[in-house]
Design a protein around this ligand. Structure first.
Ligand SMILES: Cc1ncc(C[n+]2csc(CCOP(=O)(O)OP(=O)(O)O)c2C)c(N)n1
Ligand SMILES: [Mg+2]
Length: 571
């Protein structure tokens, strides 16, 4: 198994040891080219493998023992499933002669759990391998499934006695993939629609992050000058300094992006599933008078999307853009459309939003500083909560920068493990890992790896001393009853200075007043790794925010009806 992973270019396998996986760990240790990284928690391994997959462009591998080891990986498995990340998860299992199989009992072997049944709904493929001679076939099949079509996780559950069987893989059957049967799409109709559109908009989703897709996107927009928005997961698909880049759309999208998309007459949505967080719950009003061309690799997403009236194109983004770029496309004159969007961008960019609507500007000011200190090619990993949205709204993603966050599952504690996985995939990359105080606490044990392997990761904690995203929710809908989210409500933040010391990492505590201290910031940001605690006083909020049942352009805090009207394109 390890030799096979080596042949696929995999250099690191993440995991946590236990009796039922010791054979595999031992085999990894005996291979010169593949290392085993002991992650101190299986959830860290599961997320790290995702980070490794995203950064390497290959796939990640995470392993654990049976029972609790396997169940601890589940959050990562679900995350990889919803966000389409190719990862091979391998769990050890009790010996086949101890396994309960179909017997109507709860458990037969010690630490036995039927992980296959548990993970079926959150994997592309999950298989108990209880015949040693199946291993080659199943392994090759697992990698094929994880990395083809809409990518995602696969789990192989391997009993201990199967792991220790001697095999000669040259004499075992391999997996031969079926020819993929994707119809060649006729794009002439699409070209004609785009050429007629007066106000087209390109929406980039996670499906645009494949290798080389950025070049194709670049060619397409250089040629057409079509304006661009992204989804949360699409951030990083384009250098955001593009003049007609409007920002991120959605529930926490930039106001100019949300108004812009609402006024377009044709939306070319690439590699995105147009979920509620992007479109708002008012799907009937989403691009009410416009055409939506929906390009997705997953036929089910195309067929079962809530938004009616879409032109569906079953294709991956890369081949779609290749065919588009090969054709002649005569676009309309976009001068008026561009002028309108540039005006929106001027009036409703995130800096304006903050000036106008945000009382506690401190977190956003930190993001402005990060824009100065992060460079092309850097990796920025982001956790869940207000910190995620401050980053998504405010960070201007540069050329080949990677913005890694979780969209579908959104598990707190994601950012640091995923940064670690990225770092093992590409040790040359500088990484900024952002978390809230809550998410940081959940991922705490993974800090060990940063000092242990001296990884180039700066861990940044936006410490507002609350589970901020939920306090904003409690403020809106629960009359400020801050149960479980503030000190008074029973939520405490540990002393981060002491934690940094315990994990052997340099520590800096800064607040808003330090953001003008260039000398200090230069020093902190020039370090290879450290923990930066950014202390934020008072209640924090995210703005804009789309409230339930509002159309995408009508985000809170609300504009006056006159201002709204003034932003609407008539006709
Ligand atoms: C594992 C997990 N548990 C609970 C939640 C629900 N949740 C979403 S955001 C949030 C608060 C996050 O607080 P913090 O990490 O301090 O970030 P902040 O919002 O303050 O920036 C919570 C509890 C979640 N997303 N993931
Ligand atoms: Mg917080």
């Amino acid at each position: 198994m390890v030799s096979y992973f080596e042949s696929q270019g995999i250099t690191t396998i993440f995991g946590y040891i236990g009796g039922m996986i010791t054979h595999l760990v031992d085999s990894i240790a005996s291979n010169q080219h593949v290392q085993f990284v002991q992650t101190y928690h299986e959830q860290t391994a599961a997320f790290a493998a995702e980070g490794y997959a995203r950064e390497s462009g290959k796939f990640g591998v995470a392993i654990s023992t049976s029972g609790p080891g396997a169940t601890n990986m589940m959050t990562g498995i679900a995350d990889a499933f919803f966000d389409s990340v190719p990862v091979i998860y391998i769990t050890g299992q009790v010996n086949t002669y101890e396994y309960k199989y179909e017997k109507p009992i709860r458990q037969q072997g010690f630490q036995e759990a039927d992980i296959i049944s548990i993970v079926k709904p959150i994997t592309k493929y999950a298989k108990l391998i209880d015949k040693a001679e199946d291993i080659r076939y199943e392994l090759e099949k697992a990698v094929y499934i994880a990395t083809h079509g809409r990518k995602g996780p696969v789990l192989l559950d391997i009993p201990m006695n199967i792991q220790r069987t001697d095999i000669d893989s040259n004499h075992l059957n391999g997996y031969i993939s079926k020819k993929e049967n994707i119809k060649k799409t006729n794009i002439d109709n699409i070209l004609s629609l785009i050429s007629k559109a007066k106000r087209p908009m390109l929406l980039l989703g996670a499906g645009c992050l494949n290798e080389n897709t950025d070049k194709l996107i670049n060619t397409f927009i250089t040629k057409t000058k079509i304006p661009v928005v992204t989804s949360l997961l699409g951030k990083g698909a384009i250098d955001e300094t593009y003049s007609y880049f409007m920002g991120m759309i959605g529930s926490y999208g930039n106001r100019c992006a949300n108004i812009g998309i609402a006024n377009s007459d044709l939306l070319l949505a690439l590699g995105t599933r147009l979920d509620t967080r992007q479109t708002g719950a008012q799907i009937d009003t989403f691009l009410e008078n416009g055409i939506i061309i929906h390009v997705d690799i997953d036929l089910n997403e195309l067929e079962h999307n809530r938004i009616k009236n879409r032109i569906k194109i079953h294709s991956n983004v890369t081949s779609f853009l290749k065919s588009m770029n090969n054709k002649n496309l005569n676009c309309q004159d976009y001068t008026q459309w561009h002028d309108y969007l540039l005006r929106l961008k001027q009036d409703y960019n995130q800096n304006k939003e903050i000036e106008r609507f945000i009382i506690n500007k401190s977190p956003y000011k930190f993001m402005q500083i990060l824009n100065l200190y992060s460079q092309e090619h850097d990796v920025i990993t982001v956790d869940i909560g207000q910190n995620q949205m401050w980053a998504a709204q405010m960070l201007q993603i540069k050329k080949r920068q990677r913005f890694v966050t979780s969209g579908g599952l959104a598990p707190m504690g994601f950012s640091i493990p995923v940064a670690i996985g990225s770092s093992f995939a590409n040790p040359a990359k500088k990484i900024f890992s952002l978390s809230g105080d809550g998410g940081f606490h959940i991922a705490i044990q993974s800090l060990m790896l940063i000092s242990q392997y001296n990884l180039p990761i700066k861990v940044i904690i936006l410490n507002n001393n609350t589970l901020g995203m939920i306090t904003q929710f409690q403020h809106l809908y629960f009359n400020d009853r801050m149960n479980g989210t503030t000190y008074e409500g029973g939520y405490c933040v540990p002393g981060i200075r002491k934690i940094a010391e315990a994990y052997n990492l340099a520590y800096f505590c800064i607040s808003e007043s330090d953001l003008t201290n260039k000398l200090l910031l230069d020093r902190i940001f020039s370090l290879k790794n450290c923990i930066i605690e950014y202390q934020i006083e008072e209640l924090t909020t995210v703005s804009p925010k789309l409230e339930f049942d509002k159309p995408i352009e009508d985000v809170s805090p609300y504009l006056s009806p006159e201002e709204m009207e003034n932003n609407r394109i008539k006709g």
